[in-house]
Write a protein that binds this ligand. Structure first.
Ligand SMILES: Cc1ncc(COP(=O)(O)O)c(C=O)c1O
Length: 471
């Protein structure tokens, strides 16, 4: 049923602001979608009606709607109007990730700490002496020296059981996820994803039309018993982040790992193990990979250099069971023949010459200090309002808010102050949600984090007043 636009979100035009009307209209709707005031499926007024209501020409309204459409906040249905898109929030989040550089940004490493001088030297070396065969078409699996260096790293640090013929270089984990969707899932299949979970995985795994099924997560990881059983009735693929559950940060317990592996064997399903962030653990050594426990038969292992090197490199990898290598390579070639050989060669040297491991060792100290600063500041300023789920690893932590607090409203309010906190409720695909904030600490130093917590505390204190939960 079509729902009318609540009058509260009809954009108000400030004629004296010196900001173009189309921008004001666009920003107002975008904010309403982010805030949750406008929900997926809700209808926007016609451009003609809105222009009349605002007392302006139709042109700026059309421009604003065009941009909302382009950026995926709304969808247009011929002859029936414009509606808030189902992917509205995810889309907004992606756009924010690309443009927002505030503290607490999730998935953002400390790019200023990267050993640029070493990288420059390696790029120059390869660019100067590029042999002719490196200019030709490359191996769809990826540059062999890089695959060999990855195998060595994964065997020694993550207990992954593989050789280089099973490693496929991808354009980041996102491409790895798309390949899994193409190779493992048909339209009639379903894929189980952690809930809350990584929106990038939900989006990529659903591209071929498979049903994406949210599966709850508790303090030990994905609830295996919620997957159900029986071929055709339960998911064919399960996506998990066992080293550091995204976004809650809990590692998957050993007993849960055994349970999941047993479930997968009984139901002839596949696991996608996204081992993002496994490089950064600040307490006891991490548990090894699920892939290693399984012997590499039913697990597709996935890693990326986006955090440990830098995201614009767009190099990730998947380790594929032997029985699936050919299928994955065929799909890889159909998406894109192979990744840029020059940067694969540079990265191979970065690993082989020990720069990667030294960089990780140094960054573990940097991030640990930032994490400690954030944990301390939250304890000092927001101890009675935020409870940290787990801060033992990774580049972000998740802190829960008391029941009744609207985390999107808080995220929006701190966003207006240049701070990008991700609302936990936005990470859920199912009905059950918890309110909280996902706070990155990778790209801001201790002083910036301290200041950001101060702003967050002010916002939470002011926004709590008048809500069900009282400060
Ligand atoms: C859970 C998870 N997996 C993977 C990635 C990395 O993706 P990519 O390698 O495509 O940059 C991220 C980055 O945000 C992530 O949060």
């Amino acid at each position: 049923m079509k729902r009318a636009l609540p009058s509260a979100i009809v954009p108000r035009i400030d004629r004296s602001a010196g900001i173009a009307y189309h921008r004001q209209i666009f920003q107002s709707y975008r904010a309403a979608i982010l805030d949750g005031q406008l929900r997926p499926g809700q209808r926007l007024p016609s451009t003609r009606m809105l222009a009349r209501k605002l007392g302006i020409s139709r042109l700026p309204v059309l421009d604003a709607f065009e941009r909302l459409l382009q950026e995926g906040y709304v969808v247009g249905r011929v002859g029936s109007g414009t509606y808030v898109s189902a992917a509205g929030f995810d889309r907004a989040e992606t756009v924010d990730r690309a443009v927002d550089v505030g503290p607490f940004r999730v998935s953002a490493p400390a790019l200023d700490q990267f050993p640029h001088h070493i990288w420059r030297r390696l790029v120059a070396r390869h660019a100067r002496n590029m042999p002719i065969d490196m200019m030709a078409y490359g191996d769809p699996l990826g540059h062999l020296p890089l695959r060999m260096a990855i195998v060595e790293y994964l065997r020694s640090t993550r207990g992954v059981s593989c050789d280089e013929s099973q490693v496929l270089i991808t354009s980041g984990s996102q491409m790895g996820l798309q390949l899994c969707a193409l190779a493992l899932l048909g339209r009639a299949d379903s894929v189980g994803v952690e809930d809350p979970g990584y929106f990038g995985a939900r989006r990529a795994l659903g591209i071929g039309g498979a049903t994406v099924r949210p599966v709850p997560v508790d303090t030990e990881g994905l609830l295996v018993r919620a997957l159900g059983s029986g071929r055709g009735r339960c998911p064919r693929v399960v996506y998990v982040t066992p080293a550091h559950q995204y976004p809650l940060g809990v590692p998957m317990a050993q007993s849960r790992r055994f349970e999941l592996l047993e479930w997968v064997r009984c139901n002839e399903a596949w696991i996608i193990e996204d081992d993002y962030d496994s490089e950064y653990r600040y307490v006891d050594p991490p548990l090894g990979s699920l892939q290693g426990m399984d012997g590499g038969t039913r697990v597709i292992y996935m890693g990326t250099f986006s955090k440990a090197v830098f995201p614009s490199l767009r190099v990730g990898y998947i380790v594929v069971p032997r029985s699936l290598v050919k299928t994955f390579v065929d799909y890889r070639e159909s998406l894109d023949l192979f990744s840029s050989t020059l940067y694969q060669a540079v990265l191979a040297d970065f690993l082989r010459e020990g720069h990667f491991v030294s960089h990780l060792r140094r960054m573990r100290e940097v991030y640990k200090s930032r994490r400690d600063a954030l944990v301390d500041a939250l304890a000092r300023r927001l101890d009675n309002m935020l409870s940290i789920v787990n801060a033992d690893a990774g580049l972000h932590l998740t802190a829960l808010l008391p029941q009744g607090i609207d985390d999107r409203r808080i995220a929006r309010a701190v966003g207006e102050r240049g701070i990008s906190a991700l609302p936990l409720s936005a990470c859920y695909a199912g009905k059950e949600t918890r309110a909280g904030l996902v706070l990155g600490f990778g790209c801001a130093d201790e002083t910036q984090l301290d200041r950001a917590v101060e702003v967050l505390a002010h916002v939470i204190e002011s926004k709590c007043v008048g809500q069900k939960w009282s400060c």
